[in-house]
Ligand binder design. Structure first.
Ligand code: ZN
Length: 191
């Protein structure tokens, strides 16, 4: 680029660099191409979990993937932390169920990223766990706040993850089945 033009551009953009026109052209170019001060978000992607994500055809571009224990629940086979937007897969997980376990946690990640959309499914999810005694009994530790708001509703979010990874379309209301099938393209292979 013409150095006079560079100087003009710097003046126009309000950048004060004295004597830039006397600098060698390569230096002037470096000044203009300085990286943005806002660093792009980078995610940790452990290869063992990437392998599973690829096999399941899941978009893992916006979630951390750690092949290790979740510190607060070291015995959990897998865990999703909304606070850090991180999925954990414990290396001592049940290998026979890896795809289902990872898909379940992935639905928690999806809910975290799309809480308005999943919030609109709450009436459907409520009907599902209200009409399925076994499912409701199974979620004993998630029952606090049954009439919970959109963003924090443990029983609805757990029902969402279970429904998409364990129940066939004919057990789900169509709107819920549509979301499950869109987010988990290989979900029918899970059950
Ligand atoms: Zn869960």
């Amino acid at each position: 680029m013409n150095l006079k033009l560079i100087t003009l551009l710097l003046v126009v953009t309000g950048t004060i660099i004295v004597g830039v026109s006397n600098l060698p052209e390569s230096t002037a170019t470096q000044l203009l191409s300085k990286p943005s001060l806002v660093a792009p978000i980078s995610y940790r992607h452990d290869s063992q979990l990437v392998e599973v994500m690829k096999r399941l055809d899941l978009d893992y571009s916006k979630v951390n993937l750690i092949y290790g224990q979740y510190p607060d629940y070291p015995d959990a086979q897998a865990y999703y932390s909304g606070e850090t937007n991180t999925m954990y897969l414990n290396p001592v997980h049940d290998y026979a169920d890896t795809d289902k376990i990872v898909s379940h946690e992935y639905m928690h990640h999806y809910q975290h990223d799309n809480y308005v959309e999943v919030g609109s499914l709450h009436p459907i999810l409520r009907r599902l766990y209200s009409n399925d005694t076994a499912l409701y009994e199974r979620m004993v530790s998630y029952r606090d706040g049954v009439n919970c708001p959109v963003k924090g509703c443990p029983i609805a979010h757990e029902t969402f993850a279970i429904a998409c990874t364990e129940l066939a379309d004919n057990s789900l209301e169509p709107k819920l089945a549509d979301v499950c099938n869109r987010v988990l393209p290989n979900r029918t292979a899970l059950f």
